[in-house]
Design a protein around this ligand. Structure first.
Ligand code: HPA
Length: 273
């Protein structure tokens, strides 16, 4: 099985089993530079691992220490709009399970739907709406990973959410909270779609994260998510949305983002029950 081969390669190269894995979204990847005692492994060296094509996403994983934890950072995530199969998009999550990694932090850039948000805000993902009609668990279920009909009520860990909230208070960071709605992209949404997304309960919109979150919930990995609001979603402001804006806002929010994540890690217990 490719997953076992990949995990053996990682172990042989000293990757070991991380305490928590981080997937860093657009403009947020510089946190990886703060890890100590790092080991990098190119996705190309791992059987079955797809290679990222989206701008700003590099194709490697970095293992290292930060705030007393052994961390694994996946730099480069796979989006449905790139044409990957769902199984490829969630391959890294299954690999985490095989490696024995118990926790996952997902981050992304997202459009703000909630009118009380502003670009540059950080939003804790408390729940999600999958508006794509896709699901990474469609197909034969592998009982080794999880059950056929997994409950999504606790997809976003209440315990990890509380640690993020405490971290934001300690660092004086204003943290928003809300529901992330997943659209496939790659076109940004229409103003009518965003009005609908608002009516059905979305606070932020994006093109990633939810396949990984569903797969992590399926196999019992505790998950927490942070969106960086990079722009207001279509039709909220009378101005065009560009991918340049998405990257620029991500980069300008990155000091707060890094401070929040470091404090979260400092507060995170090393052992889990
Ligand atoms: N829509 C979808 N995805 C996004 C957006 C948006 O407005 N901004 C950043 N990612």
């Amino acid at each position: 099985m490719q997953l076992r081969e990949a995990s053996n390669i990682i172990r042989t190269r000293g990757g070991g089993s991380p305490d928590i894995a981080l997937i860093l979204g657009s403009g947020l990847s510089s946190l990886a530079e703060e890890l100590e005692n790092t080991i990098s492994i190119s996705y190309r060296d791992l059987p079955g691992f797809p290679v990222a094509t989206a701008p700003g996403h590099v194709s490697q994983m970095v293992f290292g220490n930060l705030e007393g934890h052994r961390i694994m950072v996946l730099m480069g995530r796979f989006h449905y709009f790139e044409g990957y199969e769902m199984a490829q998009i969630v391959y890294p999550i299954r690999l985490l399970k095989v490696l024995g990694c118990p926790r996952l932090l997902l981050t992304n850039a997202a459009g703000g739907i909630n009118r009380s948000f502003s670009p540059g805000n950080l939003m804790l993902i408390t729940d999600h709406i999958n508006f794509t009609g896709q699901n990474p668990l469609i197909g034969k279920n592998d009982e080794e990973f999880g059950s056929r009909f997994p409950d999504m009520s606790y997809c976003w860990s209440g315990e990890l959410n509380q640690i993020i909230r405490n971290a934001a208070v300690n660092r004086g960071i204003s943290l928003r909270e809300g529901v992330y709605i997943w659209f496939t992209g790659p076109s940004f949404e229409t103003p009518a779609e965003i009005r609908m997304a608002s009516i059905i309960g979305g606070d932020a919109v994006g093109m990633s994260t939810i396949p990984e979150a569903i797969t992590a919930a399926h196999c019992g990995i505790q998950t927490v998510g942070i969106s960086c609001i990079s722009n207001m979603a279509a039709g909220i402001l009378d101005k065009p949305i560009t991918s340049e804006e998405v990257f620029e806002t991500g980069a300008s929010a990155s000091a707060d983002f890094k401070a929040l994540i470091r404090e979260f890690l400092r507060l995170l217990p090393t052992e889990i029950d």
